[in-house]
Design a protein around this ligand. Sequence first.
Ligand SMILES: [Mg+2]
Length: 224
Amino acid sequence: MLDMDGTLLDLAYDNYMWREHIPAEYARRNSMGEAEAREMLSAKFRSLEGKLQWYCLDHWSEVLDLDVKALHRRENARICFLPGARDFLQVAQKHDVRVLLVTNSHRDTLEIKTEVTGIADFFDAVYTSHEMGHAKEDQPFWHALYEAEGFDRETTLFIDDNPIVLESARTFGISMLLNVTRPDTRWPAREHRDFPAIESVASLLSQEPNPPALTNLELLIGAD
Ligand SMILES: [Mg+2]
């Protein structure tokens, strides 16, 4: 199970959208300074952080009176894979292992990101928190996913860049967890000590170029 933003795709895009582009657009529309708009919006965002609404483009379009989906599409040239993530997915796809995208992303951003990167096509199934009715931070999400997918908590590996989400997965009983520590390439790796850490999923690929293999991942989940 793989998270999308900050695990496979560079979080630089999302950080740019929510911290810079959307506040700048909001400031322009409401004739206010950009710094003031950034401060105001960041308080609004913080109040819902980690909740399903926080991830919801429709919610923010309504609250901010902006077409947030159109703004995302206009800046879609900034969407990209994290270094090595595309290679990782290509190799994972060739292995006899079920690969799932498990994301808090809203369907509109997933759609735009798939248009640009083709990311959804790498997976056997895609699960979004909006479909499940709960964010990954909350236990009901995992119960709903378990209902839908029937995965084995002992043999499933889940990779995410968000420690709160990883904690939620651990509470549900998923034992193999990995924390991506460099979700945004514009910033250095973060320090987290609660979970086994990798800077990027590319580090799960064997260093042997031929044939590419998931040596480290095989050790973890026994894939072949
Ligand atoms: Mg993430």
